[in-house]
Design a protein around this ligand. Structure first.
Ligand code: NAD
Length: 488
């Protein structure tokens, strides 16, 4: 077990499985590996079905306990703000844990990931006192009735997260679920359990009732046991489309509530009239940021033929200028891919593309020898039916195609099984609004990238998911409306 030298002073959270105050002894464990070195630095317990049972039992007890259930809304708000304060106070350590686990540069975890998690928590911390039902009158029934609706928490929530933005995507689920009065069992990805374990530790330290927020570590089988558990009322999942489909299937026997935030293959359209000084660096980082491991990365680029070569050369130059390096190095701009498995998958896709005659633009930079690095790559003249144009790559690989008119660009953009996000660069307002209307995507960015904000709903059309996270809309996923009809 070796630790990256830059993180030698970092204190890991308690890695043991626990059901409330009781520690569990898992039968198996998995190695937590640093993507920058490929070396394991810790053993993480794999919860089996019996461990999942014990942890869900504590979450279910906490859900029904008056200490949580009957907590006044303003008291719940205060607790959530106290949680946010404690996370803020722990920011450097949480950022280092996140960087160590994911391989992303620590400076980015400090500036982007942990502040985003805090922003989400603070946004939903303000909701408990505003989750009122409503009073009304009956429409088709005569007589005298007092009618009102209540909004009740759905129950125990299983929050299942991937490895690309562990703390952010966990908080997208934890914050609204706790604001609604649910209890949460968080299952982080096997590659990145550290920030989840630290969050649960902080929640205990600041006085959350036992079982309101629990963490269960493990692999896909652990996640499946959680999804199948009869006392889990709702599953909030972010990850691959294939796993999302198996979660939806597993939810059928007891009709669990499910939201799925899945993969993407998001188009970026650069029009002839675009401000290229903005579009080139943004389209580049819209694909390369976080080494391409972003569900809504703009990975299919469509550029007007009149500016095609200029844009491709510009984007390739932005990619070549990125500093690839270790997560503890403050000069690093891009880290490695998460695992040898992902590196192998992406290398295979790039190799098959080259074998099919698809060419890369410019010089591809050398990557560090140790670790799972993959250099930013722009592929040109990619046919719409190529594997790299259809499958989610989840690495810093941009596929580019020229178009001649906007009809063609929109048809190309919509020619995908996915519909998570899309980007358009234009100076023409009518083009902007018309394309926003016609592109099949949950979010359309015009002249900007990567803006997720707790105020706006986020999610996918088509194979990119079901339901929405963020905005006030997400609260409906954690609340059951109940109508009360009283004859007077
Ligand atoms: P995955 O979907 O298998 O894993 C995501 C989470 O689901 C992990 O916590 C995992 O343990 C859990 N899980 C796995 N099988 C489960 C099951 N049957 N029931 C319940 N939970 C289960 O993702 P992956 O294998 O780590 O990555 C594969 C591909 O997924 C990537 O190459 C990428 O294309 C895509 N991906 C997408 C996102 C996204 O944000 N949309 C994030 C990560 C990965």
């Amino acid at each position: 077990m070796t630790m990256q030298p830059g993180f030698s002073d970092l204190v890991l959270p308690d890695l043991r499985l626990r059901a409330g105050a009781e520690f569990l002894t898992a039968d198996a464990s998995l190695a937590d590996e640093d993507p920058c070195t490929g070396e394991a630095f810790a053993d993480i317990p794999i919860a089996g079905a019996a461990d999942v049972d014990a942890i869900v039992a504590v979450a279910s007890k906490a859900f029904h306990d008056p200490a949580w259930r009957d907590l006044a809304p303003l008291a719940r708000e205060r607790l959530l703000h106290r949680f946010a304060d404690a996370i803020e106070a722990d920011l450097p350590r949480l950022a280092a844990l996140e960087a160590l686990d994911t391989g992303k540069p620590v400076a980015i975890a400090e500036a982007v990931d942990i502040p985003a998690a805090i922003a989400w928590l603070r946004t939903y911390a303000g909701w408990p006192s505003k989750l009122a039902g409503r009073a009304g009158t009956l429409a088709a029934t005569s007589g005298r009735y007092h009618v009102y609706s209540r909004r009740e928490p759905v129950g125990v929530v299983a929050a299942i997260t991937p490895w690309n933005f562990p703390i952010v995507l966990s908080m997208w689920k934890i914050a609204p679920a706790l604001a609604a009065g649910c209890t949460v069992v968080l299952k982080p990805a096997p590659e990145t359990p550290l920030s989840a374990l630290r969050l649960a530790e902080i929640a205990r330290e600041i006085g959350f009732p036992e079982g309101v927020l629990s963490v269960v570590t493990g692999d896909g089988a652990t996640g499946a046991a959680l999804v199948q558990h009869p006392d889990v009322a709702k599953v909030a999942f972010t990850g691959s489309t294939a796993t999302g489909q198996s979660i939806l299937a597993a939810s059928v026997p007891d009709l669990k509530r499910v939201t799925l935030e899945l993969g993407g293959k998001s188009p970026s359209i650069i029009c002839a009239d675009a401000d290229l000084s903005l579009a080139i660096p943004q389209a580049a980082m819209g694909c390369f940021f976080n080494s391409g491991q972003v569900c809504y990365a703009g990975t299919r680029l469509y550029v007007h033929r009149s500016v095609y070569d200029q844009v491709l050369e510009g984007i390739a130059a932005v990619g070549a200028a990125q500093i690839l390096g270790a997560s503890s190095d403050r000069a690093s701009q891009l880290g490695p891919l998460i695992s040898a498995r992902q590196l192998e998958k992406i290398t295979g896709m790039a190799t098959r593309a080259r074998a099919a005659g698809i060419e890369a633009v410019g010089q591809i930079q050398q990557v560090p020898e140790a670790g799972h690095y993959f250099a930013p790559t722009v592929l040109r003249d990619v046919p719409p039916d190529a594997e790299v144009a259809r499958e989610e790559i989840f690495g810093p690989v941009l596929t580019a195609t020229a178009f001649d008119d906007m009809e063609e660009a929109i048809a190309l953009a919509n020619d995908s099984a996915y519909g998570l996000a899309a980007h358009v660069w234009t100076r023409d307002l009518a083009t902007a609004h018309r394309s926003a209307e016609r592109i099949e995507a949950g979010t359309v960015f015009v002249n900007c990238i990567m803006l997720a904000d707790p105020a706006f709903p986020f999610g996918g059309m088509k194979m990119s998911g079901i339901g929405r996270e963020n905005g006030s809309e997400v609260l409906d996923a954690y609340l059951e409306p109940k109508s009360v009809v009283m004859a007077l």
